[in-house]
Write a protein that binds this ligand. Sequence first.
Ligand code: ZN
Ligand code: ZN
Length: 264
Amino acid sequence: MVSIKSLWPMLAALLIATTAAFVGFPLYVHHEVVKATGAYAPLYLYERSPYDEIVLEVHYQQDAAPSDVALEGLRQMLVNYTGKRVEVQKYGDLPASVVEGRVDDGNVSVIGAGIIERYGHCRMGWLGGSIPIYIIYVNAQGPSSNESEKVVGMSYRADSFVILKNYMDSERLEEAVLIHEAGHLLGLEHCEDRKCVMASVHLEKRSWKLYGGGPPTKFCPVHQKELEDRRHDPFYNSGPLFQNTMSPLTKALVRASAGSSSIF
Ligand SMILES: [Zn+2]
Ligand SMILES: [Zn+2]
């Protein structure tokens, strides 16, 4: 006969395993994995991810309002590549004082985390449901003091990036930067192909005309394939969810000097 006493070790092991699966692992994902850009790629992309809705939660200063056309371009890209519902929510709730001085590599994480903590609405579901992408629009100087090489966007963690609206000279550029930064959140790195939105190379404005008169807003075939593969394979490229391989900070840079721009 099996006594209750002999079952104890099994019950204890089961309790530990259950706690690890439903508390420990989500805690790790919500508090540690979130710090690395690209680490949530499987949560956004994988077809069986428990997250079936992406909320694009945009917070902006009154003088840094986003372009609806650019946001719709980003929304469509996410619908196409993730197959999930994607909802845009906009809040013009950031006071001028939210950024004092420059946004740079040293303070973007703290500024971003503070804004999300204070103004964020959508919280990532504990085990599934909605997962946000926070987009923070501010009117501020970027890291570079070089006027001809301005950072216009910075993705600095797994679920968020900052847009420096004052450097956007067109809706097309804004759309390109939104899609480029979101591409980093989906696990993509920079691209050699100048026609790819993930290009980090210097682009001449006159060569943009070849691709339709503005910076590229589409992924090259290689990156399209990568996004498709990531949708079917949660461990693509050794699985950034478990092994944070990407640089924690990526940027979009625009070289706004006469006639040329580049996106990084
Ligand atoms: Zn590419
Ligand atoms: Zn980049």
